[in-house]
Structures are given as structure tokens and as C-alpha cells.
Design a protein around this ligand. Structure first.
Ligand code: HEC
Length: 119
């Protein structure tokens, strides 16, 4: 009886630690894509994300032709927002930006992809 209790306790604590670990992670594919395409002008993804609130991000991403219009006349910016790489990952990039947006309260620690802001 005692053995079973210890086993289920161990299992339970494993579940809890794994769960909280997962909650801290973010979409590294989306992160790397915006680092590559946008960071040279907008700063690191988390810095860029904080410049707008969730509604604004939705507006910029979901209004047809909006991002292209904003970057019109900016060859490099235009290239980034109209690239197949951006278009392919647009949905998950929007999700990452919203999750880390102005009033999200998200604070990201130092890890292999990101350690502070450089812009
Ligand atoms: C070559 C530089 C450059 C690149 C690369 C670039 N942008 Fe921009 N972006 C700009 C400039 C300049 C503005 C206009 C800022 C303003 O008017 O205040 C802008 C404005 C924006 C805005 C409007 C409001 C804001 O948040 O500043 C959004 C949204 C945006 N860019 C998203 C992106 C995304 C997403 C990417 C990558 C896929 C990207 N940009 C890549 C230069 C760039």
C-alpha cells in the first residue's frame, strides 16, 4: 500500500514539473523566422512583440495587404513580409507576437535562442 502511494506521488510530481516546463516554452521555429526576417530593423522577436498590443498585431497580420503597404518603398522590409518563408509561418509568428505582446505580461529568461535584447 505504502509503495503504491510513493509511486503515485512520484508520478504526480513528474507530471507537475513537466507541465510547468512546457508552459515556459515558446515556438522556436517562429522565433527563428522573425529573427532572420525582421530583427535587423525591429529588434529581437520579444522586443518587437512588445511594441504592439494583441489587437494591433491581429490588425497588422489579418488585414489583407497591410504589412506590404507599411513596408512599401522599403526594399528589404518588403522582401521580408512578402517572402514565402514569412507567408508559410505567418500564423505561428502572429501567435508568438500576441503571446509576447505589450500587455501580455510575458517575461522571457535567457536561453539558447535569446538572452536579453539587442536592437
Ligand atoms: C529593412 C527594415 C525592415 C524589415 C526587415 C522589416 N520591417 Fe517592419 N517596419 C520597418 C519600418 C521602417 C517600419 C515603419 C515604422 C514606422 O512607421 O513607425 C515598419 C513597420 C512595421 C509594422 C508597423 C508597426 C510597428 O510594429 O512598428 C509592423 C507590424 C512590421 N513592421 C512588421 C514587420 C515584420 C513582421 C517583419 C518581418 C517579417 C518586418 N516588419 C521586417 C522596417 C522593416
Amino acid at each position: 500500500m505504502q509503495k503504491i502511494n510513493i509511486l503515485s506521488l512520484t508520478f504526480l510530481s513528474l507530471l507537475i514539473t513537466t507541465g510547468s516546463y512546457a508552459a515556459e516554452r515558446y515556438d522556436t521555429k517562429a522565433f527563428r523566422t522573425i529573427t532572420k526576417l525582421c530583427a535587423s530593423c525591429h529588434g529581437t522577436p520579444f522586443y518587437q512583440a512588445k511594441q504592439n498590443d494583441d489587437d494591433d498585431w491581429e490588425y497588422y497580420f489579418d488585414t489583407q495587404g497591410k504589412l506590404e503597404k507599411i513596408h512599401k518603398g522599403n526594399t528589404k522590409g518588403m522582401g521580408a513580409v512578402s517572402s514565402p518563408l514569412f507567408k508559410k509561418n505567418k500564423k505561428r509568428i502572429l501567435k508568438l507576437l500576441i503571446e509576447n505582446s505589450k500587455y501580455s505580461g510575458a517575461v522571457n529568461g535567457c536561453d539558447a535562442n535569446f538572452c536579453g535584447t539587442n536592437h
